[in-house]
Write a protein that binds this ligand. Structure first.
Ligand SMILES: O=C(O)CCC(=O)C(=O)O
Ligand SMILES: [Fe+2]
Length: 205
């Protein structure tokens, strides 16, 4: 029997000077990405957080959940997240991701973009808990959205957009966070739900 989803293609090195970003269009999960999308949508205790950005409090334009080993507390933009304990489903995805990345991860941020109005502003994953040159492994499920990269050092550099397909893996390593910001812009039109999982390794204090 041919299993449509067991093959893996790629990876592709994304051309961003100084950065190290790899993209696999198909992570090779055991079943259809839609299966993981629907289970994560229904099983996750999604929260909408208030964050403080430049002194102003507002609601994040997406829903999130934070899973990880005990004590993998994570804080950003004035919110502190204590981890939920790993679910079987997320552990299954993590194990495929760890095989591809050749690294281990002790926590994951889930982002749920309900439609094209949900977004994530430009940022770097440069919290000190992540260390100096963090590897972030990002899995996308559902609607294809573009991840935009903006240079922090070359203001004349064009913004690079990487469309993230359902079932894909994007790996950001090395100097990527130091040299670039990334984000997901709002999109017009009839955009369905998307769930993103960004696996991280945070230093446990
Ligand atoms: O949704 C995405 O692809 C980006 C998520 C992200 O950058 C993050 O969680 O830090
Ligand atoms: Fe990020």
């Amino acid at each position: 029997m041919t299993d449509l989803f067991s093959f893996q293609s790629g990876p592709e090195q994304i051309r961003l000077p100084g950065a190290d970003v790899m993209y696999w269009p198909n992570l090779g999960l055991a079943s259809d990405p839609e299966h993981y999308l629907h289970r994560l949508l229904s099983e996750t205790p999604w929260r909408q957080e208030s964050v403080r950005v430049w002194g102003k409090v507002h609601q994040q334009p997406r829903l999130i959940a934070w899973y990880g080993d005990p004590q993998s507390n994570y804080s950003y933009s004035g919110i502190k997240l204590s981890p939920l304990s790993w679910s079987e489903l997320i552990l299954e995805i993590r194990s495929v991701v760890e095989d591809m990345a050749g690294e281990v991860f002790n926590s994951v941020l889930l982002n749920y973009y309900r439609d094209g109005n949900d977004s994530m502003g430009f940022h770097s994953d440069d919290e000190k808990e992540l260390g100096a040159r963090p590897t972030i492994a990002s899995v996308s499920l559902g609607a294809e959205r573009a991840l935009a990269f903006k240079s922090k050092v070359d203001e004349s550099a064009k913004i690079a957009k990487v469309p993230l397909a359902s079932g894909s893996l994007l790996l950001m390593k090395g100097e990527t966070q130091r040299l670039y910001k990334h984000g997901i812009a709002k999109e017009r039109g009839n955009i369905g739900p998307r769930v993103n999982l960004t696996f991280r390794r945070i230093g446990l204090s």
